[in-house]
Each structure stands twice: as C-alpha cells, then as structure tokens.
Write a new protein. Structure first.
Length: 351
C-alpha cells in the first residue's frame, strides 16, 4: 500500500513530466541553499548509489519514512551510498532556509539537503507527491521510484543489490525490520477509512460569521452541538490567510471531529513559544493515546509547546475510532496550517 500526501494544488500549477527508468539524474540547479554539503551536481555523485528524496519537513508521510532513511544512511554510507534531500515546501515558512535547517537538525538529518523554494527541482524531476524517492545507480541512471510511504524492505534490497554490483565482496546486514507504525505493510493489516487531510487555509470554517473580512481578527462563536466530521470550528478571535488560521487572542479554540488513529498538526508559534492545550472528547488526552509531542502539566492537562513552525505529533490512539479534538492556544498568533491523519493497524498488535 502507498500512502501519499495530497499535492492537488501543486499538480495544477506545475507542468510535470515524470522521469523514466534509465533516465540520467537531472541537475539540482534552482535551489536556494544547501545544508550538510557544498552545492552538488550529478557529476560529483558518480560512483555512488544515490537516493534523491523529495520531502517536506512538515509532512506526516515524509516524517514516517525518516527512520528508514536514517538507518540506511548509517548502514551504507561508508559503502558508497548517499541521500540527497530536496525540500520542496508546501507552506511559505517551510521554504525558508533557516526553518529548513532547524527542522532538519531537529529530525536528525545528516545527509545533504537542498531547499527548493519555487519547486524548480521538483518540476525538473517530474515529482507529484510527498514523499517521492528516486534511486540512481553508480552511473547516475534511474533504477527505481517510490511514491509515498511503504515498500521499505524492497527499496533497501535494491540499494544492497546496487552496492553489491559495485563491490561483490561487501558484507551487508539483514534488511531493516518494519517499525510498528508501518502496520499497513504487514500481514493482516487493516486500513480504516479516515478523515481526509485538512489544509486549514483552503478549508471552509463551518461557523464563519456571515459578515467581515476573515483576514482580520473576527470573533467566532462555536455553538457546540453536532459538529460535522472533518469540518473546522473556531471559537474566539481568529484570522486567516490562504495558508492557515491564526489565533487572535482573548481565549478560544480550534475544534474538529475526526475518525483515525494518528493525528499530526502543523503549527507555528507566532510571536514566541506558545503552549497549546490539547483535549480529546472533552478531556485531557489519555496518556496511552498521546503522540510523541504531547506533554502533561502538574494538574494532568495535556498540551503541546509550539516553539517552531513544524508538524507536531499529538494523538496516537490505541484503537481506531471517532473523536473530538480541541486545540486551545495560550499565545497570540499561533498558526494552525494542516491536520493529517493515519488509520492503519494490525488488529491486536502493540503500538
């Protein structure tokens, strides 16, 4: 199964032409900054097996591939394997080199990364979704393309085959075992229907006032009751732009009904690190359902500290189900950009 992040808007904007197997690696011209490497060109990579990873540091699907990429880089870098990460942004802030550099460090990325703010490289390589990984052999020829999550062991086996073709005496380790998060690739996996990804700058606000400019602070009044699944409800002062919704202060919250197992939310801190209280079904998130970024204060309230523009892993429910998620910012101008969901599991397997 392939799990990919939506790129409908980008596919409509850019004329894409996917690379065919056997194509020569195109250039990396057009990026704005390199990290962990001087600027690279394909000629400098000849003799190496190269995985070109088109990613976005806020993308849940991209983040779920990173443990495999980190392990492959660690295992095979000394044997002639490298990764080139191409950060093609979905939001304005994720195309800014400083944010990309900080995001890459926070995620433990040590291979070369180039920022592709205008999707120039993305277009040249014919990419359509995040993540897309293109594997090139030692002569710079394309041998495999993988879009979305999944096929990790198949990709690693191809890396090993290319390395052995260059050096038959290499002693290589067994393939990396699948992580618990990747239940969809395991026997008996079930992927339940889930709430679609919500890009808040493009999604209608269910309780928007009849009058007023949404780009200015408007006073929203959530009347409770029956909320529609996947619809955004606001309470208190908020303003919006095509990228997201931003808290205007004075109390209030962002709320939605969803059905899924995992919830990841892209947020920015506004004018400084800000606490955002998180509740599920009207109560603190149960500790057994907490995502990696969720914290608890002395009173038992669940919250996340938003200190950088990035994706925050908030919910990892023990079981698939329908829930109500509320985010209550405690600081002015906290931005909420995107809510992404996952819903695959092997019934009865430990998470």
């Amino acid at each position: 199964m392939q799990i990919v992040r939506s790129c409908v808007a980008l596919c409509a904007i850019f004329a894409l032409c996917a690379l065919a197997e056997g194509s020569t690696m195109p250039s990396f011209d057009g990026g704005s900054a390199w990290f962990d490497s001087p600027p690279l060109q394909p000629s400098a990579l000849r003799g190496k097996v190269v995985l070109v990873d088109f990613w976005e540091y806020t993308c849940l699907n991209c983040l779920r591939t990173l443990p495999y990429l980190r392990e492959w880089y660690k295992r095979y870098h000394d044997d002639g394997f490298t990764i080139v990460g191409v950060q093609s942004p979905e939001f304005d802030f994720s195309g800014q080199p400083k944010n990309v550099e900080e995001g890459a460090k926070q995620l433990g990325i040590t291979w070369p990364v180039i920022v592709d703010p205008n999707h120039t490289i993305w277009s040249r390589y014919g990419v359509e979704v995040w993540p897309t990984e293109m594997l090139f052999d030692q002569q710079g020829r394309l041998v495999d393309v993988n879009t979305g999550e999944g096929n990790y062991q198949l990709t690693e086996s191809k890396i090993q085959a290319l390395l052995r073709a260059g050096n038959p005496s290499l002693a290589l380790p067994p393939l990396m075992a699948l992580l618990p998060q990747d239940n969809y690739d395991k026997p008996g996996a079930v992927c339940y229907p889930m709430t679609p990804e919500i890009l808040t700058g493009r999604a209608p606000i269910a309780d928007a006032p009849s009058f007023g400019n949404p780009a200015t602070d408007l006073d929203y009044a959530d009347r409770g009751g029956n909320h529609r699944d996947g619809a955004v409800y606001l309470d208190g002062y908020w303003h919006a732009n095509p990228e997201g919704v931003f808290f205007g202060g004075g109390g209030g919250y962002f709320e939605l009904e969803y059905h899924a197992i995992q919830v990841s939310v892209v947020m920015s801190p506004g004018r400084g690190p800000s606490r955002v209280d998180v509740s599920e079904d009207g109560a603190p998130v149960p500790r057994e359902d907490a995502g990696a970024d969720l914290q608890y204060d002395a009173s038992g309230k669940s919250y996340v500290l938003v200190d950088a523009p990035r994706a925050y892993d908030l919910i990892m429910n023990k079981n698939f189900g329908h829930h109500d998620l509320r985010l209550s910012p405690q600081g002015y101008d906290v931005g909420i950009y995107d809510i992404a969901f996952e819903s695959c599991e092997v019934p009865g397997a430990a998470k």
